[in-house]
Ligand binder design. Structure first.
Ligand code: GLU
Length: 376
């Protein structure tokens, strides 16, 4: 890909991350509702244009602490957690109101690091978000600060947003913060600092620029943005950093506002499938009938009806090998049922899942998005 900046309109699924300092007016102790309302208009435009839109919104702690009038300075973990419990309510309500003015439904999703890294919970978080998008709702996501512990919490929502983007196979991550991009020298350090419009690849040289950009100690500084960029671009997600210090920052990108694009060479679906096929250790095997083999080769999901045998002890979300009746490997995928339940519903029509298991599980044993088929 040449080093030119892509157009916002060329993306189909966009994650927009908004930093606390943009959302919360700490002095006044409230959210900057006017700014947020203008941003909601930008989001609604993309949504109306058939884009899938996801918001990763910080600000729970900042809002909570100002509502509670907590003293300035670093908060203890339990204080931050309790402040987040207070702030998150107002944050979610404001998003829901701002988006509902455009006829858009909002779904609040609170996740922890484990939800994006541990496969079983990853699969759950991913399907919940997928369902919200299918319903044309806008998921508003934040870290579940009230239960996150020191060790597992994200130091910042930049990384969380990058994980959400890769988890949902988004093709663009927008980071809105108080900087308008990456500079090749610390801003204000002299006359030579130039803004970098496009980063085709994150090289050690680029990382060095981030390190020199001053705020590496502050959460959400350029260093964590480059970390987010690495997660995103390795998984087929483009990333753009731009300033949210203006109204309508998203439509401004389309109008040529100053920003830094981090390009990916990969495609999100291919990258995810490479992860399924290559990096996960299979925990079991599903043997399927000839009809299911040809259906899978045509690109469908694997239904319980096509499964003739279940081997291994796997949990929901684990990787499994899928073999044809002749034991030849057809592909690999993430299975939607534990081995025990898979055994009970194998060979059965999906309509019987509820009476057999007592829960309305997924119709597919392995969804086609979670399936990688080998070439015949
Ligand atoms: N989850 C935190 C909050 O909502 C923000 C984390 C961050 O600023 O990156 O307050």
């Amino acid at each position: 890909m040449s080093a030119t900046a892509p157009k916002l309109a060329s993306f189909r699924r966009i994650v927009v991350k908004i930093g606390s300092s943009l959302l919360v007016d700490a002095e006044a102790g409230r959210l900057r509702e006017g700014w947020l309302g203008a941003l909601a208009e930008d989001l609604a435009d993309l949504h109306r244009d058939s884009r899938d839109v996801l918001v990763v919104s910080s600000g729970a702690i900042a809002l909570g602490r100002s509502l509670l009038k907590l003293p300035r300075g670093v908060l203890k973990l339990e204080d931050s957690q309790a402040a987040a419990a207070v702030g998150q309510i107002g944050l979610a309500r404001t998003w829901a109101e701002a988006l509902s003015r455009h006829g858009i439904t909002t779904g609040q999703v609170l996740v922890t690091l484990g939800d994006t890294e541990e496969r079983r919970r990853y699969l759950n978080a991913r399907s919940t978000i997928a369902k919200l998008l299918e319903w044309r709702a806008i998921p508003v996501i934040n870290e579940n600060d009230t239960v996150a512990t020191n060790e597992i919490r994200y130091g910042d929502n930049d990384r969380l947003a990058a994980r959400v983007a890769t988890m949902t196979s988004a093709d663009l991550l927008v980071l809105l913060s108080d900087v308008d991009g990456l500079y090749d020298a610390p801003p204000g350090s002299g006359t030579s600092a130039r803004q970098v419009p496009v980063v085709p690849r994150i090289t050690p040289e680029i990382e060095a620029m981030a390190g020199s950009s001053g705020s590496e100690l502050s959460r959400g500084g350029m260093r964590t943005k480059i970390e987010a960029g690495k997660i995103a671009t390795h998984s087929g997600v483009h990333m753009v950093i731009t300033s949210g210090r203006i109204e309508h920052p998203l439509s401004r990108i389309a109008e040529g506002a100053r920003c830094t694009w981090f390009l990916t060479q990969a495609n999100p679906v291919t990258a995810r499938k490479a992860w399924i096929a290559g990096s996960l250790e299979p925990k079991g095997t599903l043997t399927i009938d000839a009809g299911a083999v040809s259906a899978l080769r045509r690109g469908t999901s694997l239904l319980p009806a096509g499964v003739i045998r279940v081997d291994g002890s796997f949990a929901r979300g684990d990787a499994v090998i899928i073999r044809g009746p002749d034991a030849v490997e057809i592909g690999r995928g993430l299975v939607a049922y534990d081995a025990e339940d898979a055994e009970k519903i194998r060979g059965k029509p999906s309509g019987e899942i509820l009476p057999i298991l007592g829960i309305a599980g997924r119709a597919e044993m392995v969804h086609r998005d979670d399936l990688v088929i080998r070439r015949a």
